[in-house]
Write a protein that binds this ligand. Structure first.
Ligand SMILES: *Cc1c(COP(=O)(O)O)cnc(C)c1O
Length: 375
């Protein structure tokens, strides 16, 4: 049997020829046109109970860059040059920091939830105080962060926070609300083809503060006011109408997809009792794949495990290994805090296959292979 790691499954537009034809007939192909507006309106209603505002962007990397620039430009901390970024995350976050002219400080995560270490954040804020321009915690693998805690920290210290929730579109927090809802800071979600909310390229920025989204929308369109005169830092971060149509159609099936993936994830946990899984903090997680740690003391090293699985026809990922501090560019531009937990996780983590239409027989095959490859 061959089981790929992921099988991206954006909505098939060939099944929606009427809407595709209507889009083409509209003559509007970008610039927050009618399809983008319909998607934003429906997402805000369904996921966020019409509280606050949201906007699309061309991808989450650019959306993070935009949100960080907004947070630091309109909340200027004179001379502040650092941004706190967990080392156990995807490259996009630290790249956004670098494009904003800031220096990442790479810090550790919690051992069970794999979320950014609150203790490390407190300590680094104490040590670097006024030099910290922003905090960029990551909702690791769609797990839920304590957003109220971050809002309090931001209010108390004056340090703005931007949330990397790239994998979280479809995750529900402990109260059963869409992760991010009511957040006073920008929350950035990806709609990349490989994410659970799969389109092609795309992102969403949500914030309970409508003014912040209005500023971000203006920044995403060259910083223009209605006279097409730049009022603030800007770039072109707009999502075209065609991928927005993919997003609009995905909304109709996202709950079903996340429920199905949740069932598959639970089966993995049952069938692999020796592996260590993430402690989930929300009511529902939009699992993109199944990250798990090789059992402590397993006689096989991670590289050999991945190789053996591959020879049995099973594709694996190793997110987030190498972690950021192990990547040459980030090592060159960053300060690195202590990373004991990150190093332990990164050396043992594998990402097991998951996709919308994965068959139970395929999953059982992966689990039998995984158990066998440990020895
Ligand atoms: C996927 C991902 C991104 C980047 O999203 P794009 O839309 O592909 O730019 C950023 N951060 C994390 C944690 C991700 O998983």
């Amino acid at each position: 049997m061959r089981v790929p790691f992921l099988k991206p499954r954006p909505v098939r537009l060939s099944d929606h020829l009427d809407e595709l034809a209507a889009h083409e007939a509209s003559g509007v192909f970008s610039n927050f046109g009618p399809v983008n507006t319909a998607f934003e309106t429906r997402l805000l209603h369904r996921a966020f109970g019409d509280e606050g505002a949201c906007m699309t962007a061309c991808n989450a990397t650019i959306a993070l860059l935009l949100a960080l620039r907004e947070a630091t430009y309109f909340n200027r901390r004179r001379g502040a040059k650092f941004a706190l970024v967990p080392s156990f995350t995807f490259a996009a976050t630290a790249h956004a920091v670098s494009w904003c002219g800031l220096t990442p400080i790479l810090y550790d995560v919690e051992p069970g939830t794999w979320l950014p270490s609150r203790e490390a954040e407190r300590r680094l804020l104490e040590r670097h105080g006024d030099d910290v321009a922003a905090l960029l915690p990551c909702a690791t693998f769609g797990n839920c962060l304590d957003l109220e805690g971050y809002a309090e920290l931001s209010a108390r210290t004056g340090v703005p926070v931007v949330i990397d929730a790239a994998a979280s579109l479809g995750s529900l927090d402990a109260q059963g609300r869409a992760f991010g809802r009511s957040a006073p800071m920008a929350v950035v979600y990806s709609m990349h083809a490989t994410k659970t909310f799969a389109t092609s390229e795309g992102a969403v920025i949500y914030c309970a503060d409508k003014d912040r989204i209005a500023r971000l929308r203006q920044m995403a369109n060259f910083g223009f006011d209605d006279r097409r005169s730049s009022q603030m830092p800007g770039l072109n971060a707009k999502l075209a109408e065609l991928p927005a149509l993919l997003a609009l159609k995905k909304l109709d099936e996202i709950d079903r997809i996340v429920e199905r993936r949740t069932g598959l994830y639970a089966l993995y946990r049952n069938l692999l009792p020796d592996f260590v899984f993430q402690e989930l903090t929300g009511l529902r997680t939009a699992h993109q794949f199944v990250p798990a740690l090789l059992p402590e003391g397993a006689p096989v090293c991670r590289a050999d495990f991945v190789q053996r699985m591959k020879s049995l026809g099973v594709g694996l990922g190793t997110y987030f290994s190498p972690h950021l501090a192990e990547q040459p560019y980030f090592r060159e531009i960053s300060l690195v805090d202590q990373l004991a937990v990150t190093e332990r996780l990164a050396s043992r983590i594998v990402a097991l296959p998951l996709y919308d239409e994965m068959e139970e027989a395929e999953l059982r095959y992966v689990c039998e292979a995984a158990a066998g490859c440990l020895h």
